[in-house]
Design a protein around this ligand. Structure first.
Ligand SMILES: [Zn+2]
Length: 426
């Protein structure tokens, strides 16, 4: 199974220049594959009989090097090839339901280059006895890239060098020799347990209206107050840059500047979100008591629920405090859920655990204790009161418990498709 470790790297200015070129050239090939794929799909859709050829999902890239793109030869060829391979891997992830179809990689945010074993080697420095990483080839030497390893590592099969906000990193991926756990094995092991035992091993997750994710254990995954107020500030500046952009002349230098500022204002929100979700999913998957994770099978598009508008006694709409924040919430929450499910599925699979997707129908109106389904069970946006058995709970928490139960039922009834399986292909 592939495992990875990430360390800070400290390239010299000259090395930075070379690495940025490697990154840019690999991205060029990746994006060329994306646009080629788009072209083929658009063309094939219109006239399958005319084109006759299926969409090529290969890792060929030589056709992108022509007279106008001869600058691509400024880098070692494995750099270019790996761009095509990366695209193909991203495509495979899309096919297995783990990610969306590959899209263009932009020039903003985290940038990285995938470097395979032809382009690096390790040696032990005779004086310091430290291990040194040498990058490049005879024709394209980069020299020793210094990095700081906080934890022991084994020499990797391939590595990524990345840069984000001026900080450089090197990530080692290596094969630990262990086979990746199989989903079928997990399923058949879980099926041997009783329903009560399963309940102790299961966590249900609900996409809350105000909280990004509510867990049936009672935990909420949410941002800290500081993060929230910073995100709101960023959101305001983002709107300001967007308005400015609309007024500026297309192609002008100032417009480019604004565009860069705009994407930078996204950066913070994106990073915070990733951070919070990475940490939470790591916690869930590393909890040895939990093996089954259940999520609603939501299409990301349909997920943007907003707080219901309030009416006063005369039936007129009043300003709803929650509504003011809804715009921001909507934007941040929507993207949280998708990322959460992807990361949870990915980490669970590697840990030999299971993620199931269940139908979201009426999950917000169903009682987690007795199963009674009625709209009256929801006297308010946030509250749940079962009209049959009297169970009182927070609405999101009740829903996450309902989801957990549905997952257990799906597993025991058999025919349980995992979130990463073919059945959930978008
Ligand atoms: Zn009930």
């Amino acid at each position: 199974m592939q495992t990875g470790k990430r360390f800070r790297a400290y390239p010299t200015p000259a090395q930075e220049k070379i690495l940025l070129r490697w990154i840019g050239h690999q991205r060029f090939i990746y994006n060329a594959k994306v646009s080629e794929d788009r072209y083929y799909r658009a063309f094939a859709k219109k006239a399958v009989s005319l084109s006759g050829t299926p969409v090529p999902v290969d890792q060929e890239y030589a056709r992108f090097i022509g007279p106008e793109t001869s600058w691509l030869r400024e880098v070692p060829s494995p750099i270019l090839r790996n761009g095509a391979v990366r695209w193909k891997q991203a495509y495979a992830r899309f096919f297995s339901g783990l990610a969306r179809r590959p899209t263009f990689k932009g020039k903003d945010g985290r940038q990285s280059v995938w470097i395979t074993s032809e382009l690096f080697s390790f040696r032990t420095n005779d004086e310091t006895h430290c291990e040194e990483l040498i990058l490049g080839t005879k024709k394209f030497p980069l020299g020793v890239l210094s990095f700081k390893a906080q934890t022991p590592y084994s020499r990797p099969a391939s590595l990524h060098v990345s840069v984000e906000a001026g900080k450089w990193f090197v990530s080692f991926s290596s094969d630990d020799g262990l086979p990746e756990p199989k989903e079928e094995d997990t399923i058949s092991w879980l099926r041997m347990l009783s329903e009560e035992e399963l309940e102790g091993k299961t966590l249900g997750f609900d996409r809350g209206v105000v909280t990004p994710v509510m867990v049936s254990s009672g935990r909420r995954i949410d941002f800290s107050d500081i993060q929230k107020s910073r995100m709101e500030k960023k959101e305001r500046s983002r709107k300001r840059w967007q308005r400015k952009l609309a007024r500026q002349q297309k192609g002008s230098q100032n417009r480019k500047k604004t565009k860069r500022r705009l994407s930078r204002s996204f950066e913070y929100v994106k990073n915070v979100r990733k951070d919070v979700i990475h940490k939470a999913t790591r916690d869930f998957v590393s909890d040895s008591d939990r093996t089954l994770f259940v999520v609603e099978d939501l299409k990301v598009k349909h997920m943007t629920r907003s707080p219901e508008p309030k009416k006063d006694e005369s039936g007129r709409y009043v300003r709803n405090g929650a509504r003011a924040k809804a715009g921001l919430n909507r934007a941040i929450l929507a993207s949280c859920w998708g990322l959460f499910v992807v990361l949870l599925s990915y980490k669970a699979r590697r840990a030999g655990k299971l993620v199931l997707k269940v139908s979201p129908q009426f999950s917000s109106q169903e009682c987690a204790r007795c199963g009674h389904i009625h709209p009256d069970n929801r006297p308010s946006q946030a509250g749940f009161v079962c009209q049959r058995c009297g169970l009182t709970d927070n609405a999101d928490h009740n829903a996450s418990r309902v989801i957990a139960k549905r997952g257990i039922r799906l597993l025991l009834e058999g025919n349980a498709p995992g979130a990463g399986s073919e059945n959930s292909k978008r």
